[in-house]
Design a protein around this ligand. Structure first.
Ligand code: HEC
Length: 106
């Protein structure tokens, strides 16, 4: 009986940890889209979409950088120079979401 309780507690613990990780999100196209059209990445009230207006633009700009490291680099350039924001760490959920969104634009 005691053992069953331990096993149940362990299953519950593993489930909670996984669920928390899942609920925390990880990168997603949806998060990337919100960031792209929102102004939270900068401090001057601009969003990426202020300058990169059409999906056609986004698609073309993204296609110039087939490799993620180079694309992340130009994105951080835009954040710091065009939005007065802080660069995003390359492996952050925000950066990876932005990349996922931009590459998803058809
Ligand atoms: C104030 C205007 C402005 C804002 C805001 C801005 N950008 Fe840019 N972005 C530019 C300009 C200008 C270029 C350079 C285009 C060029 O040289 O052809 C550029 C270049 C780029 C490129 C490379 C395209 C190329 O032609 O080399 C990407 C990708 C990009 N921006 C993504 C973003 C993302 C993502 C954001 C939001 C985090 C953002 N930009 C915010 C103006 C802006």
């Amino acid at each position: 009986m005691k053992r069953t309780a331990w096993v149940l507690a362990l299953v519950f613990l593993v489930f909670s940890v996984c669920y928390t990780a899942y609920a925390d999100g990880g990168p997603s196209v949806e998060t990337g889209k919100k960031l792209f059209y929102g102004t939270s990445l900068g401090t001057n009230g601009k969003s990426c979409a202020t300058c990169h207006k059409t999906t056609e633009n986004i698609k073309k700009d993204t296609a110039k950088y087939p490799g993620d490291p180079a694309l992340k680099n130009v994105v951080n350039g835009c954040i710091t120079e065009n939005m007065n924001g802080k660069p995003l760490p390359d492996d952050s959920t925000e950066m990876n979401s932005l990349i996922m969104y931009m590459r998803s634009v058809k």
